[in-house]
Design a protein around this ligand. Structure first.
Ligand code: SAM
Length: 332
């Protein structure tokens, strides 16, 4: 066979790709990476510690070795460097809850052919509503992706040394930006706008971190809520633009510009696509997730962010890579 001829290997790997989500999400839900990190490295003790069958533990470990997340030598298993850094529970950047959450979403993928045909989800009336339990599960799981981004944004904005600053986080979820920024700057104050059940999760988490006295929340829908006028130095809109269509993003950016003081800064964090839609890979494939789950969402191009933000009244728009699949957009 000619070495340049295509083979079916990669396509078969892609067809079976759901096993990666399955094995990783299952290992995360049984805390396998955490037990391995604690030094439980052989099959039977690991099964006993995790409360799972020996047969199940062996199958999971085989799958994890196949995925390169676990290494085995002489019958002893240990986390790869990646798994040790990002899948051991108890660290702010741990992605295990997100992996378990995504395993739960696998079944919904069967609806993608219909969503592609119809141009959106079948249950459009129930997706983007306050009582969708999806949000409560999602906001804590996604926070691990926001931790490094919030830290980078704080550096760019020199928030730690900014003194008394007033911050608005629209769709703040778990309050992860507030938690990090209030921790860095003892004179900062944050206000989060989100739905009531989500705000109560954020208030609990912020109180646990000892910064709850500088955190306020407004319960409401970001499409209709009043964001105020010239009230904030910094505003945040993270992991939201992808669920909204162009018109709604433009309307939100205009409200955010008005809510900021003159010279204030907007921080947008999202999966931004190159202008010719040739990459990056994560942002491109995430468009299908939004097709399946949102009325008008998608992954938007740099040029779209630039144009929407300029129309909203921002003069200076810059794009910054992050260690997550998202790009930081800073608008002043
Ligand atoms: C993907 S999470 C992002 C959370 C956080 N900003 C982050 O980056 O980690 C989306 C957040 O937006 C909130 N949200 C979505 N649609 C909303 C709406 N119409 N009004 C208010 N909040 C909304 C959800 O409750 C959730 O907290």
């Amino acid at each position: 066979m000619n070495a340049d001829e295509p083979t079916p290997d990669r396509i078969l790997q892609l067809i079976f790709g759901y096993w990666a989500t399955g094995v990783l999400g299952t290992a995360a839900s049984h805390s396998l990476f955490t037990h391995l990190d604690a030094g439980v490295g052989t099959v039977e003790p690991l099964a006993a510690r995790a409360g799972i069958s020996v047969r199940g533990a062996q199958a999971l470990l085989d799958g994890l070795v196949s995925l390169g997340l676990v290494e085995v030598r002489d019958g002893v298993y240990r986390n790869s460097a990646e798994a040790a850094a990002f899948l051991v529970e108890g660290r702010p950047t741990c992605l295990s809850a997100f992996a378990a959450l995504k395993l739960g979403h696998l079944g919904s993928l069967a609806g993608l052919p219909d969503a592609v045909r119809d141009g959106g989800p079948a249950n459009v009336a129930t997706v983007e509503v306050v009582d969708n339990p999806h949000w409560e599960n999602l906001v804590q799981a996604i926070a691990a992706q926001s931790v490094p981004v919030a830290t980078i944004a704080a550096d760019i904005l020199r928030l730690a040394d900014a003194g008394e600053v007033s911050i608005l986080d629209v769709g703040g979820g778990s309050g992860v930006y507030s938690a990090i920024w209030l921790g860095l700057n003892p004179r900062a104050r944050c206000t989060q706008l989100d739905w009531a059940p989500i705000n109560s999760i954020a208030r609990r988490l912020l109180a646990e971190r000892g910064v709850g006295d500088r955190f306020a929340s407004i319960d409401g829908d970001l499409h209709t809520a009043d964001f105020g006028t010239a009230a904030y130095d910094v505003a945040v809109y993270s992991h939201i633009a992808h669920q909204e269509g162009p018109e709604d993003n433009m309307a939100v950016f205009a409200k955010l510009r008005a809510a900021l003081k003159p010279g204030g800064t907007l921080v947008v964090n999202d999966y931004v696509v190159d202008d010719d839609r040739s990459g990056p890979p994560f942002a491109l494939i995430f468009a299908s997730e939004m097709l399946l789950k949102s009325r008008q969402g998608g992954t938007w191009r740099r040029a779209e962010y630039q144009s929407w933000l300029t129309k909203a009244g921002f003069d200076d728009v810059t794009f910054h890579p992050t260690p997550s699949p998202a790009t930081l957009v800073i608008a002043r």
